[in-house]
Write a protein that binds this ligand. Structure first.
Ligand code: MG
Length: 201
């Protein structure tokens, strides 16, 4: 399985990191060894001093496909989860400065925390999601604010990478990302339902 991630997909987050609004989805990947499931804790990696959470909606691919056309995109995913795209922001800044790839800042072990998946109602047109840090609301996302919606992402990504059943896509984070420290507790909610807990150890 692949873990595909979309960056800078909410205008407010793009602005908070002082990045330009992209014309096409920004795509990167994490290896399967990045997965962190079953509400397991994340152990603060020794190579960073600025570990950030990015709360995101994650969709799961339910059938194989290449060059998916817009009219059919919706049939390629039917489940959704809450995920945290953990990012070593200091390492990422050094990579960006040099024009280097991001993998060591984004794809390290356990950097892709995900909740269990739930069925995604095909008639659901707007999904709200929240990240809490130590019980306080820090991110408040709404799929209406995405620059590229789920269907667009499916079409775009499948031009380059064959989508395979079981692949997951992190669809970008809204504003409010920030650092965590050892002892912190993150929680993720979709439509008010608690989906994920992740302690930083
Ligand atoms: Mg992200």
């Amino acid at each position: 399985m692949k873990i595909i991630c979309i960056g800078r997909n909410y205008v407010d987050h793009t602005k908070e990191l002082k990045n330009p609004v992209p014309k096409n989805p920004l795509v990167f990947m994490k290896p399967p060894s990045a997965l962190l499931i079953n509400n397991k804790p994340l152990y603060y990696p020794e190579f960073t001093e600025d570990l950030h959470y990015e709360g995101e909606l994650v969709i799961k691919i339910c059938k194989n496909g290449r060059h998916v056309q817009p009219d059919f995109a919706r049939s390629y995913y039917n489940q959704i989860a809450f995920g945290i795209d953990f990012t070593a922001r200091d390492v990422q800044a050094r990579c960006k400065e040099k024009g280097h790839p991001w993998e060591i800042a984004k794809g390290f072990d356990n950097s892709a925390a995900i909740s269990k998946f739930i069925h995604l109602d095909p008639n659901q047109d707007q999904i709200v999601f929240e990240t809490k840090l130590n019980g306080e609301l820090v991110q408040n996302g709404n799929t209406d604010d995405m620059i590229f919606d789920f269907n667009y992402i499916i079409c775009y990504v499948s031009k380059y990478f064959k989508l395979q059943q079981g692949d997951i896509i992190f669809t970008g984070t809204p504003a409010g990302v920030g650092p965590v420290k050892i002892g912190d507790q993150l929680e993720g909610y979709i439509m008010g339902q608690k989906m994920l807990e992740c302690a930083i150890k």
